[in-house]
Design a protein around this ligand. Structure first.
Ligand code: AMP
Length: 230
């Protein structure tokens, strides 16, 4: 399965990508995560993009496209991938089309997650993650059972918040989405690849809606079950 998840910041792309990753055994490629990793490791790329992420505007296309192209060449992408946060403008969508053509790969779909803008600021400014296992939480919608401990891995006092999840930067990121990213929706519609799911629905329903778009794609576990039954 080779898909793109599209939607404004806070739509739940990362959460759904992580669920699909586990189900299909294919990697999530999140441009934002790759940038944050570089910033954390103080690489040359990290230093180049740190201020841009803080401001909530887009990293120049040449840098982003090169990073994604190199990531797609990694062996773990051979059987598929979930692109999360890339492409984010028409130039990136065109570059992706070109690079996939060169690599002899076809996209299955670009899945748009729709959400109400008004809810996004609240959704984003309340979110935090476990620094150990990456499990996502929210002050209001999904607090951990014990405020200092990760429900999933038990790590204590390891919760982290993204520096760009503050209200001011969130508004810039939303503005960037509307002005630069939304115009790529017709790009994928023209190619018959655009699918839409309701990102406001409960998390499980969103996952079910996405999975229903790909009825013929078996998850690794389903494959094993089918073999046992057959
Ligand atoms: P995200 O984690 O997807 O919310 O992205 C965090 C930040 O990384 C964005 O606000 C941008 O500054 C940068 N970024 C992520 N993806 C891209 C992209 N495709 N093109 C340019 N900048 C990006």
């Amino acid at each position: 399965m080779r898909i793109i998840l599209l939607g404004p910041p806070g739509a739940g792309k990362g959460t759904q990508a992580r669920i699909l990753t586990e189900k299909y055994g294919i990697p999530q490629i999140a441009a934002g995560d790759l940038f944050r990793e570089n910033i954390k490791n103080k690489t040359a790329l990290g230093q180049q993009v740190e201020e841009i992420l803080k401001a909530g505007t887009l990293v120049p296309d040449a840098i982003t496209i090169k990073m994604i192209s190199e990531r797609l060449d990694q062996p773990d992408c051979k059987n598929g991938f979930i692109l999360d946060g890339f492409p984010r403008n028409v130039a990136q969508a065109e570059a992706l089309e070109e690079m996939l053509k060169k690599k002899g790969i076809k996209l299955d779909a670009a899945v748009q997650m729709t959400v109400d803008d008004d809810d996004l600021v609240e959704r984003i400014s309340g979110r935090f993650t476990c620094g150990d296992c990456g499990e996502g939480y929210h002050d209001k919608f999904k607090p951990p059972h014990d405020p200092d401990t990760c429900d999933k891995c038990g790590a204590k006092d390891h919760f982290t918040r993204r520096p760009d999840d503050n209200e001011e930067t969130v508004r810039t990121r939303l503005d960037t989405y509307h002005k630069q990213t939304k115009p790529i929706l017709p790009f994928y519609e023209e190619r018959g690849l655009l699918k839409t799911v309701d990102g406001m629905a409960p998390l499980k329903n969103v996952t079910a809606e996405i999975l229903a778009l790909f009825p013929s794609k078996k998850t690794p576990n389903q494959g094993i079950q089918a073999k046992k039954n057959g």
